[in-house]
Design a binder for this molecule. Structure first.
Ligand code: NDP
Ligand code: 2IT
Length: 449
């Protein structure tokens, strides 16, 4: 890192003490920007980096709600409105007990560059709560969502800030949130949230988009080395929204996903994961993953298992981490690289530790960073906003074609940018630089904002 960037990073770390995930994300992005800052001194003169690392607005609020026993509970709500140079703040809400301000800032910061890479008019933001939806009834989740929105609604709007889902937030939660927004504002403002049900303003393909998009990105990346998913054996961590539809798309492209996971364990299925069974269990029954093995003779469940260690047991070609941040460390990366894995593709946000990325790079394993590879979700959210604004509803085929085109565009933009800066095949540099330049140029054009 150049001395200018490293002193700026020191400042960011000092001003945001106790937020290790945000530090990690800032270090990763700034670590790529040396060549572009050097070649374009006007960015430094206009203090673009100092501005881009400081959120435009950070909201923290109390969320009181009553559980089914009548006990009053209190959680903390967050929304970090990070950058609106390219459009309204856009990014998901995460409900998970581990959520802190630092988590939301890391996700919001990543979102700025991811959204810029899509080429669509969306700024960056993220939100959430330390509420744990696991084991809660529908009625409890509804009361929590209503309380959360009762505070957050005043900061939202289809031209202002447009949340969507993330960990722990899916169509059920978006429904309760949208219902409360509609009651409070007396407006049927469809474009204020995305990930809505297809019967009431949602877009076809939004549910599938993140997982599908990550696999399309991987397909383009593998093609640069003359490889494909046809006959490939794949590990997909997680078993939530992103994981599920990554699995479905790998199977559509002729590959086989042999394992997936949740926070309690790993399922290894010798015959390949049965997508329909997994979807039924996770989306309909809201069951734990262990239930999958109970219903499928070819599968075994390993409580507390390590999904990446499977690469030492059975041949694996591609790994797609789709659970959470820092779930794939240097040891896991060494196992993957040492056993012939060709590509690691981040379906989740920042699932690989910086040390893991170094190991993969040293072993010449193709690596796709989340802000490029998982951008299909937010891109399709922008397509949902487009349909809402024009009171239209596209077919599945048309929406999927748009998603494919966007993912191919992101892949090519990252690859070309890396090449132009003398680092061919470095998708981390490509994504960070291409995303940064689009946001930075807009910020400069808009004055001192
Ligand atoms: P879901 O809540 O649908 O699924 C999350 C999955 O990851 C579950 O299997 C969950 O297991 C596992 N998981 C979550 N937290 C942990 C943890 N701390 N340790 C181990 N496993 C964990 O979320 P999504 O699929 O929507 O999100 C997954 C990742 O993808 C996140 O990083 C998210 O930010 C990212 N992402 C999501 C997008 C979207 O459109 N939904 C778009 C782009 C990125 P368990 O059930 O046991 O908790
Ligand atoms: O991390 C992400 O890109 C998301 N959770 C999706 C955000 C969105 O607004 O669709």
């Amino acid at each position: 890192m150049t001395p200018v960037l490293s002193s700026l990073l020191d400042d960011v770390l000092r001003r945001n003490a106790g937020e290790p995930e945000f530090h990690q994300a800032a270090r990763e992005v700034l670590g790529s920007l040396g060549p572009v800052i050097e070649a374009n001194p006007h960015y430094a003169r206009a203090a673009v980096l100092e501005r881009i690392t400081e959120p435009e607005r950070q909201l923290i609020f109390r969320v009181p709600w009553t559980d089914d026993e009548g006990t009053i509970r209190v959680n903390r709500g967050f929304r970090v409105e990070f950058n609106s140079a390219l459009g309204p703040y856009k990014g998901g809400l995460r409900f998970h007990p581990s959520v802190t301000l630092g988590t939301v800032k890391f996700l919001g910061f990543e979102q700025i560059f991811k959204n810029a890479l899509t080429g669509l008019p969306i700024g960056g933001g993220k939100g959430g709560s330390d509420f744990d939806p696991k084991g809660r009834s529908d009625a409890e989740v509804m009361r929590f969502c209503q309380s959360f929105m009762t505070e957050l609604y005043r900061h939202l709007g289809e031209y202002t800030d447009v949340p969507a889902g993330d960990i722990g937030v899916g169509a059920r939660e978006i429904g309760y949130l949208f219902g409360q927004y509609k009651r409070i504002t007396n407006r049927y403002e469809s474009g204020v949230l995305t990930g809505k049900g297809v019967g009431w303003g949602g877009s076809l393909v939004r549910t599938e988009a993140t997982g599908f998009g990550a696999v399309v990105f991987a397909q383009r990346m593998l093609a640069t080395r003359g490889r494909s998913f046809d006959g490939a054996r794949v590990l997909v961590s997680g078993s939530g929204n992103v994981a599920l539809y990554a699995i479905q798309k790998v199977h559509q492209l002729g590959g086989t996903v042999v394992a997936c996971s949740d926070s309690s364990g790993v399922v290894y299925d010798r015959d390949g994961i049965d997508f329909e069974l997994l979807r039924q269990l996770k989306e309909v029954e809201r069951a734990r993953l262990s239930e999958y093995a109970a219903r499928r003779p070819s599968a075994e469940y390993r409580a507390n298992g390590d999904i990446w260690a499977l690469a030492a047991e059975t041949p694996i070609d591609v790994a797609i981490p789709c659970a959470t941040q820092n779930e794939l460390d240097a040891t896991a990366a060494a196992t993957l690289a040492g056993n012939g894995v060709a590509a690691v593709v981040e379906g989740a946000n920042m699932p690989c530790t910086p040390e893991a990325v170094q190991v993969l790079r040293a072993a010449d394993v193709l690596f796709a960073p989340g802000k490029a590879a998982n951008a299909g979700g937010v891109a399709t959210s922008a397509l949902e906003m487009q349909q809402n604004a024009s009171r239209d509803a596209w077919t599945f085929e048309y929406a999927e074609q748009r998603l494919d085109d966007i993912m191919t565009g992101i892949h090519d933009r990252c690859a070309e940018t890396a090449e132009r800066y003398g680092a061919p095949g470095d998708y981390v540099l490509g994504a960070n630089v291409a995303g940064f330049v689009r946001v930075a140029d807009a910020m400069l054009a808009l004055g001192v904002i």
